[in-house]
Design a binder for this molecule. Structure first.
Ligand code: HEC
Length: 476
């Protein structure tokens, strides 16, 4: 062994002397230096990272579905996988440019370690923000894709994983997987999505789940966003009842929405994405896609819904013209509903949601198509709402919460918006209904999926790769 090390040392020294390469080069993969990835890197950033992540995490950790050989990656990019929402780049890039992207991705895979999230480091070292030094303390680890969190006053936690499980973590940290969860379509962006507890959960044990529900018609797999209510008895859901089903079902597996939030009257808001049918869904009121809905918890329609007296209109619609809403948060002080949604390439929005209003998708937008073509030249139009703020480039906005906790007194009334793409939290400071300023916080916290203020006053976040639920604490 010693001998081998000695030989290695000698030959390494020999190489250095011969090439006069600086020492750091030796630790790098030689292929990296050999190829010029400037334009591939730029193309990846501009065209791919919105969905696949800024730093190729998605490619690095992925279980390849369409193959990781150069020719297979080439085919995925050139032809797209449109049924899952991956656009074709046939007309965007030359074959040479596609090949450069393939090489760039394959090199990225070879450099896995560089892209590993550093969530654990954030746990050890408090992160400075404008108002506080924040500790990120992992509480549940080794998850797949945690999608939604709810925490009770005594610290009992419920969380969903997209693959289809609902888990309860008791205050003594024992984990119980809840039985009776409906079967989900775990594909693309679908699966088990939000868990929402009834405001009186502690006494009535009622909870709500949103998920992608599957149906096979003439041999074709179709799916939609659906919501059930259930009563938790021990470790089992009982009296499971479907209270909402978005129509029509679609063959795509993306843009399901689907967040749940209670208003002050005890009615439930449900967000539904346009499922990739932007021309058919969001601007037409005879279907559920690309809308936010409001229902009573038994599935019936509140009498004061905006379209309750209109004809040929889905009566649960509260607002329309939404693309893919990912965050819903009620301002507990004012009762206002806030929403965030994914724009296309550029143009993620934070909106104040008002009844009956049209949020403009796809007629107005600050984004462009993923393959670089324009969707619309319009960013404003009479009769359509402007976002309170928007993000270019897209941050892939995810969960969102209003801070009310005394534990974060200086953030009270702020909106925290998670970023799936850039792995941070955006703190949005509001002045009434206007956005006054934004602060990027906890950079590198991980691909942030959900953010929740527990009834115990702590803020919880769910991050992916590796799937972790963490608690934010003010340091000191
Ligand atoms: C609108 C979102 C979106 C954009 C933009 C996008 N992709 Fe994809 N891509 C997807 C989805 C969705 C899949 C389907 C597979 C999955 O993730 O489960 C996919 C799949 C792939 C695959 C196949 C992965 C496998 O498991 O075999 C490759 C390779 C790929 N994309 C490369 C790219 C490249 C390179 C770009 C930029 C030029 C790009 N994608 C842009 C959404 C996107």
């Amino acid at each position: 062994m010693r001998y081998i090390l000695f030989v290695l040392f000698i030959s390494a020294t020999f190489v250095f002397c011969k090439t006069k390469a600086p020492i750091v080069e030796v630790t790098e993969t030689p292929a990296v230096a050999a190829v010029d990835f400037t334009s591939a890197e730029k193309n990846h950033k501009n065209y791919c990272s919105g969905c696949h992540g800024e730093q190729m995490q998605a490619f690095v950790d992925r279980q390849w579905k369409h193959g990781s050989e150069a020719s297979q990656i080439f085919a995925s990019i050139k032809n797209g996988i449109t049924v899952d929402g991956m656009p074709s780049y046939d007309t965007t890039f030359t074959d040479e440019e596609v090949n450069e992207l393939v090489a760039y991705i394959q090199t990225g895979i070879a450099n896995v370690d560089k892209y590993k999230p550093s969530g654990e480091k954030l746990a050890e070292n408090p992160s400075p923000t404008e108002e506080y030094s924040i500790l990120v303390e992992p509480v549940v680890t080794d998850l797949e894709v945690p999608w939604s969190i709810q925490v009770l006053k005594d610290g009992t936690m419920f969380y969903t994983e997209r693959k289809g499980t609902l888990t309860m973590v008791k205050p003594d940290q024992t984990k119980v997987e809840i039985k009776g969860v409906p079967a989900v379509r775990n594909r693309g962006q679908g699966g088990l999505l939000e868990v929402e507890l009834h405001p009186n959960f502690t006494s009535n044990k009622m909870l709500f789940l949103s998920y992608s529900k599957m149906k096979t018609v003439d041999g074709r797999d179709l799916s939609t966003t659906a919501v059930i209510s259930a009563i938790l008895q021990g470790d089992e859901l009982t009296q499971v009842k479907e209270i909402f089903e978005a129509l029509p079902y679609r063959p795509t597996t993306h843009h399901y929405g689907c967040k749940l939030e209670f208003d002050k009257n005890g009615y439930l808001f449900i967000s539904v994405g346009e499922r990739g049918f932007e021309k058919e869904n969001p601007q037409f009121l005879d279907n559920h896609g690309g809308k936010i809905h409001r229902i009573k918890i038994d599935g019936s329609i509140p009498e004061d819904n905006p379209f309750v007296n209109a004809h040929n209109v889905v009566k649960s619609i509260y607002c329309f013209g939404n693309r893919n809403p990912q965050g819903l948060a009620l301002n507990p002080m004012t009762g206002d509903l806030w929403e965030n949604e994914h724009g296309p390439r550029g143009g993620d929005e934070v909106n104040l949601i008002l009844p009956g209003k049209n949020y403009g998708w796809p007629v107005i937008s600050y984004g462009i198509n993923y393959n670089g073509t324009t969707i619309t030249n319009l960013t404003e139009l009479e009769g359509m709402e402007q976002p309170a703020t928007y993000y270019v480039p897209s941050i892939a906005a995810s969960g969102m919460v209003f801070v009310t906790s005394d534990k974060f007194a200086k953030w009270k009334g702020n909106l925290l918006v998670g970023s799936l793409r850039f792995n941070y939290i955006d703190r949005v400071v509001l002045n009434g209904k206007k956005v006054e300023k934004r602060e990027i916080m906890l950079k590198n916290v991980g691909r942030l999926r959900d953010i929740h203020q527990g009834k115990d006053g702590y803020i919880y976040i769910a991050t992916e790769r590796p799937g972790t639920i963490s608690r934010l604490k003010v340091n000191g």
